[in-house]
Design a protein around this ligand. Sequence first.
Ligand SMILES: C[S@@+](CC[C@H](N)C(=O)[O-])C[C@H]1O[C@@H](n2cnc3c(N)ncnc32)[C@H](O)[C@@H]1O
Length: 236
Amino acid sequence: MKTKSIWGNPPKRLYKLIQRAEKDFGKDFTTCIVGCSDGKFLMPFARKGIKVIGYDIDDIALYGGIKLFPIVPQKVKYEYQKNFKSQEYKLEEKRVLGITERIEIEKLNKYTEIEKLDFYKNPPKQKYDVVFTSCSLHYSINKDFNLQEKTEMLQNIVNKNGYLYIDYMMAIEENDYELYPKNKFYRKGEMLKYFDDSWQIISYKENNKPSFEGAHVDCVKDHFHRFGYILAKKVK
Ligand SMILES: C[S@@+](CC[C@H](N)C(=O)[O-])C[C@H]1O[C@@H](n2cnc3c(N)ncnc32)[C@H](O)[C@@H]1O
């Protein structure tokens, strides 16, 4: 039985990355998802029979439990304003599946390894052919490391000829270091500075404008994000 992530379906970019890696390595490659949450980005690898390890620190995302969801009577999309104030939504409790439960239900244990680990405090020694993280860097528990250090920790676990993919949060107001501290939110062009000539940049995009996100589990007020992503290959 196919299960679902509470975060919805992965973007096409993820499937393109899997195809690219399969073209290079066949099925015989290793993947690491840093901040695997309930498996949105991990399950597609395992379902294809690719070995994948996931690290996270969130017990409910790992093992399942109760989360609070906002009750949004009518979805409204707002335009960005610097001092935007969201309305308050009532909350309801729902039981959500953790990644280990999803793996069990889909019988994918053979391909997966899940570990509760604070990745940036205890980066593993092992290297992988594909390393993937989506929006883990800005979490407050990672505030003791600057963005260069965190980016390098991800780079350090990529095998030669392997790939690194990062979705990251950018400062909506580039000069506001209070709302958007510099160890959490990348400034325009900053990410590229951390990739030296041992990396080939395959794709890279930084949005100029923030995008609206309606209230959701784990962030129960309407809010805005500005995203960037990078896919790079370790060539040296
Ligand atoms: C934003 S979520 C990923 C799923 C997501 N909501 C999405 O759709 O992109 C990021 C995950 O990274 C995890 N994370 C953040 N810092 C971490 C760390 N130091 N070690 C392991 N996991 C971490 C969080 O617990 C969270 O589950």
